[in-house]
Design a protein around this ligand. Structure first.
Ligand SMILES: [Zn+2]
Ligand SMILES: [Zn+2]
Length: 238
């Protein structure tokens, strides 16, 4: 490990600068600035909300009018802003896999008891389309799930869900079109027997449409409880 550190000196996953020898995984000053998710949280997706009396964030509330959320509950570590936002983007698009142990360690430490309480039989990374995975070289959600799984002794199964077709960037589409495309692009690939409780893992949760679709597909296949865990989450109105 020491030799590896000499050849590839570790960088701080938050500011991207070099770490001094024995400085640990992250600069203390960078760590102090992390925007931790704090109560009150949406009872469904775990987004921080402004009002103590509100139970759900606006997205979850709106989705309740359409159809209930397909996932049961979720948690994230940090708000999607500042250094951690850049960190997660670099992780994904610049292939900085060396950030994985920092993320995995924090997730297991901070959300460990919540994960144990939900008792997922398996962690399922949100899949990337195979073409995207080839371009990027890896699926960041899968790296995360494997790291957390190893620390918490929970199996990881990256073969349960699969993206089956290329979806064009979704920004120009309406919510409905986006959801429709997403639903058609995701499928069950291989479902283990007696699978009742699943925890999805991804890097970011924004409106929840990806989790929604994964959850709906899993529930249709007979899974009873679907939870999710992400590194970052947006702030919820309501
Ligand atoms: Zn730093
Ligand atoms: Zn919510």
């Amino acid at each position: 490990m020491k030799i590896i550190n000499l050849i590839f000196p570790p960088h701080c996953p938050l500011c991207g600068e070099l770490l001094a020898l024995n400085e640990g995984r992250v600069h203390k000053a960078c760590y102090k600035k992390l925007p931790w998710v704090k109560e009150p949280l949406c009872k469904r997706c775990g987004k921080p909300i402004s009002s103590e009396t509100g139970e759900w964030c606006l997205d979850c509330f709106k989705s309740r009018e359409r159809h209930s959320r397909s996932f049961d509950s979720g948690r994230a570590l940090w708000l999607y802003k500042g250094d951690i936002q850049k960190s997660v983007l670099d992780y994904k698009y610049k292939g900085l896999r060396s950030y994985t142990p920092f993320y995995g360690e924090e997730a297991s430490r901070v959300l460990g008891s919540w994960i144990r309480q939900k008792a997922p039989q398996v962690l399922v990374p949100v899949p990337l389309h195979p073409r995207k995975k080839r371009i990027r070289g890896f699926n960041q959600a899968e790296l995360l799930a494997r790291d957390i799984g190893k620390r918490m002794n929970i199996p990881v199964d990256g073969k349960i869900l699969r993206r089956n077709r290329w979806t064009e960037p979704q920004k120009a589409l309406s919510d409905r079109e986006r959801r429709h495309n997403l639903t058609k692009s995701m499928e069950i690939h291989h479902l283990p027997e007696n699978l009742k409780r699943v925890m999805l893992v991804d890097d970011i949760y924004t409106t929840g449409s990806t989790m929604e679709v994964c959850g709906a597909i899993l529930k249709k296949a007979g899974v009873e409880k679907v939870y999710f865990l992400t590194l970052c989450i947006g702030f919820g109105e309501g």
